[in-house]
Design a protein around this ligand. Sequence first.
Ligand code: KPL
Length: 302
Amino acid sequence: MIQRWHILGAGSIGCLWACNLVSMGYPVTLLLRNPAKLDIFNSTGAITLAEKRYSVSAELTDTSTEIDQLLITTKSTDTITALQSIKERLSKNVKVIVLQNGLGSQQWVKDQLPDAEIAWASTTDGVWTKTPFNLVHAGKGITRIGSPITRHAWVAALEKGFLKVEQDDDIAATLWRKLAINCAINPLTAVYQCKNGELINNPDYLATMVAICKEVELVAESEGIELFDGPLIEQACHVAELTAENYSSMMQDIQHQRITEISHITGYLCERAKQHGLHTPTNNTYLRKIKKLHENIKTSAY
Ligand code: KPL
């Protein structure tokens, strides 16, 4: 029997994945916290992607039906509140995929659900929401999925949709590599409110990016993580060049007065550095700067 996927976090990545799961024949339900968002969804009854409508259903998190398969795509900062709102509904051996930026929340979910079959995922797909539940898949990337412990057979079935999916036997390292790039690009673009490409054209921004990357490399080494073949700064500049005209997710969060994922990106890095007795002054400075920007922001919604 094909089991239903529930999606916690109906933002652009969650909705893109909803369409992908529908394309594979899965029934999909979006879990929404906000009745107003449910009303908006019910007025269209589907997600639109490239002019095509994908039929999914939606319900409030406080509904009582059981959840057997759960994809978590909330912002990392919303994970605790979001998971707690549906924890009672999870079946004992629920299958869970955590597809989020940053680090820290994946391990937290795993610790909370000791009997669940857990997989973690990282994506390079770029997608944005034109109007609610109407998406533009702007950058076609890869979603890597892997279990932190043993391979789960059901993950392989997820390679059959229209999104490019690969199984990853070292998903923790993949998430770390993404974190490293995010540490290099996101806080700077958010503080200076610039496009990714500006980081490589402005000598002051570039010098700061170099300092950030050196600190990140030290922490990664202490964690036993091999980052890239060359220096991190080369990879970060390469990503900034490839995405030169884009605004990073953190830049957009600040621009739209939303809480950013800094605590799970630079915050996670600085915390790990502290554990290893390493100094990360540049990363600490940008962590403080973003936290200062958060002071004027009140809410976030998953
Ligand atoms: O992942 C990103 C983001 O915006 O969050 C990129 C564009 C790669 C910058 O770190």
